[in-house]
Design a protein around this ligand. Sequence first.
Ligand code: PLP
Length: 418
Amino acid sequence: MANPNFGRQLLALWHLAPDATFLNHGSFGACPREVLAAQGALREEMERSPDQFFRKRIMPGGDNAVRQSAEALATFVGTQSDRIAFAENATSAVSAVLMSRSLEPGDEILLLDHAYNAVRLATHHVCRKSGAVPHTVELPIPIRSDDIVARLESAVEPRTRLAVLDHITSPTALVLPIAEMVRVLHAKGVAVLVDGAHGVGQVPLSLDDLGADWYTSNAHKWLYAPKGTAFLYAGAESTAGREAPSQINGGSAAGRGAPSQLAGGSAAGLLPLAISHYNHLGFPQAFDYVGTRDVTSWLSLPAALDFVSRHGADRIMAYNYTIAREGAALLERLGAVPVGPDAMAAAMRALILPQRREAQPADGQDLMRTLWEHHRIQVASSVFQARLLIRVSGQIYLEHDDFERLADALARDGWPGR
Ligand SMILES: Cc1ncc(COP(=O)(O)O)c(C=O)c1O
């Protein structure tokens, strides 16, 4: 590999089982030992003196340890800290945005058929409650990169209020042309919530330049943060500003006290899912303390960023891209077909596994189980658009051999329906 500093010798920096081949960093991430140690120290501090910890460091108005983490993250993702709130995961951040919008019967929300299932369900839920209508835009695979934006644009109707779009899709691992998508939708007056669950750490982010109304990402996936570390960005000015500060999700609490720091734009009316003491502060502080919970994962973000900066964000991204591409090439030799072109890939690759019969709903789970139980190889696999997909992730603790092990196992044992 191009970078001799990366590869299996780094596996010891993680708790990952050394006898297994972990090719699925994408689903849940994996947190390095040193970041977990930093979190452990914070947990000890919390347990030594709970009152001091929560009242002085976490609740708004104290040392603002959460805000300090937001500062560190904001620099990394190209914005300022008052546009960043933390959340446990992308799932809850997406729901917080959706529940904070005021939708009318007949309004439309666009989403892609590649959307993550929990995000699709949340979108359908708010539609059912408000009488709005979900409109799914299909992007058939193998994908043609030149018609994605046009398909989206032609789906916009006069009542389209919001689009919920993936930056990097989950089953298909495609990096979508998100800047162009945002631009086209904004030109038509449609607000955009980007589900960038896989974005931070996998691809460079410059959120203010991107200009989406909201962007959420999981730092626990590709930024090496402990589980439960996601963020929600709200843009400064946006299409979303057309809507009145919101009414839903405890928005009435906003009337109790000081206004939000970011009174307008996409932050207007944006509140966490649970109503709590600080809703009156608005975005982002309302998210900082939502009842008693363990936020040491958020406070460990500077340790994760330090890990990234010592290994080099650019070098990590380049290695992950290359090793995943080489791994995918091995699978192509078995007849697997890439879901999209190289230009739409980053650290993950998804491929269509040819089958002699129609893909069955259980095929993805069956493939994952067999590879794990027989070979101790972890991949992601799902059935999408009636095709069986396999998704592999590059990461700096992996080497070419790891992907060869997968290719050998598939060549020997096949896959469901082969
Ligand atoms: C595109 C996408 N959105 C949302 C999520 C949800 O992430 P979480 O489980 O951390 O909420 C995932 C998880 O893999 C994802 O791939």
